[in-house]
Design a protein around this ligand. Structure first.
Ligand code: R5P
Length: 290
């Protein structure tokens, strides 16, 4: 053993086990009991030894998973001087600035909580924006799942696909994906109503996608609204097959069905959030980052 213990939080236990194997580290599991009032009672299976890495994503229920992550860090800190906290999917990452007056930048509150619980370093996968990383006072490393996602796309054998970002904010991600795959890319213009959350695609006609297979690439799918709107627009441009690649597939409220009904033939995502589409393993890239 390498003198490293990986503690797997309940929301990332399978990914944490894979990571422990890659690092040749001991694995400590955790059990969670949710009391009728919603509080979490967390128990770990053994005392961690050596350097400790806590792994836990904060997907829904976001606040419970956050409390569990903080509790695991605090427990780990009792026996280790340095605690690396891997949060494969960082909830609240979209609340990284004050969009409307009076809004609280909750990601900055979380940054403070993670360091005061005892984390000495944070590792995240495809954080929503790097503006969020600046809110952390401890080192934070963002790992890109894009090369792994682009590799997975090769298995689908699409015909000369073009990469599409559903919004301008995702332009660099689409460019990175296109570079790894070896093709070109386009970023659509999307507008989101900050009050209702509704999205509209503002791009006009696009000749470049006519007859071509497409891969829409995004950092995350929550309600699926952005992907559905992009798909409806792209279908009107007479494109070929559409597949969707994203890092974090939350797929809230039947999003997967809505996306498929809009005309997407396949969705694949990373195992930062386990689920029906999480076909791409990121334990290898996290291990390299550690
Ligand atoms: C937005 O900037 C993000 O990159 C995603 O496009 C967005 O958060 C997805 O949310 P939804 O699936 O609810 O449209």
């Amino acid at each position: 053993m390498s003198g490293i213990t990986v503690i797997g939080g309940k929301s990332s236990d399978i990914l944490a086990k894979k990571l422990a194997k890659k690092l040749n580290a001991s694995f400590v599991s955790s059990e969670v009991k949710i009391f009728p009032d919603g509080e979490s009672k967390i128990t770990i299976s053994a005392k961690p030894k050596g350097k400790v890495i806590v792994v836990n994503s904060t997907y829904p229920p976001v606040d419970s998973n956050l409390i569990q992550t903080l509790s695991l860090i605090s427990k780990a800190r009792q026996s280790a001087r340095d605690v690396i906290c891997v949060i494969p999917y960082m909830g609240y990452a979209r609340q990284d600035r004050e969009f409307l007056p009076g809004e609280i930048v909750t990601l900055s509150v979380i940054a403070k909580l993670l360091s005061s619980a005892g984390a000495s370093k944070i590792i995240v996968v495809d954080m929503h924006s790097m503006l969020g990383a600046e809110l952390f006072k401890i080192p934070i490393k963002n790992v890109s799942a894009v090369p792994e996602l682009a590799n997975y796309l090769k298995k689908l054998k699409l015909k000369n696909p073009i990469v599409i970002s559903p919004d301008l904010g995702g332009k660099e991600r689409a460019a990175e994906f296109a570079k790894f795959y070896g093709t070109d890319y386009i970023a659509l213009k999307k507008q989101r109503d900050r009050k209702t959350g509704k999205v509209r695609i503002m791009t006009n006609n696009l000749d470049d996608v006519k007859g071509r297979d497409l891969v829409i690439v995004d950092d995350m799918i929550s309600t699926g609204g952005s992907i559905v709107k992009a798909t409806q627009f792209l279908k009107k441009q007479k494109c070929g097959k559409i597949v969707v690649a994203c890092t974090h597939a939350l797929l809230i409220n039947n999003a997967e069905k809505k996306i498929k009904n809009a005309g997407v033939s396949a969705i694949f995502s990373a195992n930062t959030i386990p689920g029906s589409t999480s076909l791409v393993d990121v334990s290898g890239i996290i291990a390299k980052a550690i």
